[in-house]
Design a protein around this ligand. Structure first.
Ligand code: C5P
Length: 414
């Protein structure tokens, strides 16, 4: 059980923070909510008290005998500020201590996560950008907001990331305080995720059990590390759209290949986390295949292209920059010919990518589960164990390895 402080700013998105409070209380954490006075215009203190099971105050002069602003900040294992309004981040960046929340931010030594929400003009204003940069320099994690519907009819960057996503990033910071450095700023990342569907006829397809969770977690973590991210997504179990990520939906391996080879041309990092079908029906029937009287209809299959190997070939030909880092995945089981790692090493050589993330599968591991484990094998022989943990944690460790490959290639990362 950890002590979580949830600071609530005065924005319309304050109501969504109720779900963030739930996320942490349901995980068994002790949650204290500190709304600003403005936040109480949107959600009443009684709601925060009922959801957190703890008293709520906004002012340093409440419960003076307990010296709450010092006690709460010191005790916290994580502070989550959501919605982080432009004004609240300005006050935090300036080191103000004129209410209980900003005073607690000055006494907290734990990871601090800001989830901004404001109108696009306010988010893009130089003053806000400077305050965000200051908070990040001091070690806080300031999420990149989502793009979409804002209060009223306007739309654009500045929407509060979904509560589930704030919860996941909060969990990540509890596991690993330094998980989200802003080290991919200025880089373009393309991630594929989910399974392909190979049509048989207008209603049927050949598919697989990929949930897309690991690829989505990678896209989310890369965006929150500052990258411009495109997620080329096949079929998934709907892991929730990550904030600040452009999503391109595809069905088949051939569509995925087209999107990946086009988008890889301008990318700095390409991550193939999709589960691509090895085969597709030779022909797609124009109308639903009938049962017929002669038993099952045979399906003739042809082999799909190996997209990952194709991207490496494109790079060799010069269609993709020699500096683009290409990352593949391998789900392996050991067998008579060797262990999981032996198969992974052979696959890394065969595919020719820079980094191969090897997952041990079987016994209910990896597919569709919340947790993941494996190794990162790099073309220069580095082998790093990626310890058991959530797919979000795994994603952050994989990106550490990717960032190391980018750096070793003498690439500049802001
Ligand atoms: O050969 P295998 O399917 O085990 O390789 C897995 C890796 O190759 C993954 O990164 C997957 O996205 C990619 N792949 C591909 N095209 C295929 C099959 C797999 O890009 N046809």
């Amino acid at each position: 059980m950890s002590h979580i402080l949830i600071g609530v700013g005065g924005g319309i998105a304050a109501y969504k923070v109720c779900s963030v409070i739930r996320h942490f209380t349901e995980a068994g954490h002790d949650v204290r909510v500190i709304p600003t006075r403005a936040a109480l215009n949107f959600v009443g203190a009684a709601t925060f008290e009922a959801l957190s099971g703890n008293p709520v105050s906004t002012d340093v002069f409440d419960d003076v005998d307990e010296v709450a602003h010092v006690a709460l900040g010191r005790k916290a294992d994580l502070v989550v500020v959501a919605p982080a309004t432009a004004d609240l981040m300005a006050r935090a960046a300036a080191g103000r201590a004129d209410d209980l929340l900003t005073a607690s931010l000055l006494t907290a030594t734990c990871p601090v996560l800001f989830a901004p929400a404001m109108h696009t003009e306010m988010w893009e204003h130089q003053a806000t950008a400077a305050n965000v940069a200051t908070l990040r320099e001091r070690g806080a994690t300031v999420m990149t907001p989502a793009s979409g519907r804002l209060t009223g009819t306007d739309s654009g960057p500045g929407r509060l990331p979904e509560p589930g996503e704030i919860g996941l990033i909060g969990d990540l910071l509890l596991d690993r305080a330094d998980a989200l450095p802003h080290d991919l700023a200025g880089l373009e990342v393309v991630v594929s995720a989910g399974g392909t569907r190979e049509a048989l006829d207008p209603v049927r397809y050949l598919g697989n059990h990929s949930s897309g969770k690991q690829g989505y977690a990678l896209a989310r973590a890369a965006a929150q590390r500052g990258a411009r991210v495109t997620l080329v997504a096949g079929a998934t179990t709907d892991p929730g759209d990550p904030a600040a990520v452009e999503i391109v939906n595809i069905d088949s391996a051939m569509e995925l290949e087209r999107e990946m080879s086009r988008r890889a041309a301008t990318a700095d990092i390409v991550i193939m986390a999709a589960a691509v079908a090895d085969f597709r029906p030779v022909a797609v029937a124009g109308s639903k295949i009938k049962k017929g009287d002669d038993g099952p209809v045979p399906i003739e299959l042809s082999t799909n292209p190996d997209i990952l190997a194709g991207l490496v070939r494109q790079r060799v030909r010069g269609d993709i920059s020699a500096e683009t880092v290409i990352v593949g995945f391998a789900a392996e089981t050991g067998d008579a010919d060797g262990g999981v790692l032996d198969h992974g090493r052979a696959k890394l050589r065969r595919k020719g990518c820079d980094l191969l993330i090897v997952n041990a599968v079987g016994d209910g591991r990896a597919f569709g589960t919340e947790d993941n484990t494996g190794w990162a094998l790099s073309a220069d022989g580095r082998e790093t164990a990626l310890p058991f943990g959530s797919k979000t944690l795994m994603a952050s460790r994989i990106l550490d390895e990717v960032a190391a490959v980018v750096r070793n290639g003498d690439r500049h990362i802001d």
